[in-house]
Ligand binder design. Sequence first.
Ligand code: SF4
Length: 77
Amino acid sequence: MSTDPVVVTVDQSRCIGSGLCARTAPDALTLAPNGRAAPLHPTATPSPDLTEAAEMCPVEAIAVHHATTGELLAPVW
Ligand code: SF4
């Protein structure tokens, strides 16, 4: 797995606030006071936990893109 920085985004209109992603990848995602998930930092280090969080979100609200190329890294089915 590359260690190049990634950008994590959460579609606020989709997120249902399950908290699943924040529990799975607490270094990258948190539940904001509005009850929706949000990235903790503008960029993150890729990790299996982050990939899993993006892939297990029940409403596909999370996207992980390569910070430089913009390539979608997760979820990838
Ligand atoms: S797993 Fe998806 S729906 Fe649940 S809090 Fe995270 S982004 Fe929102």
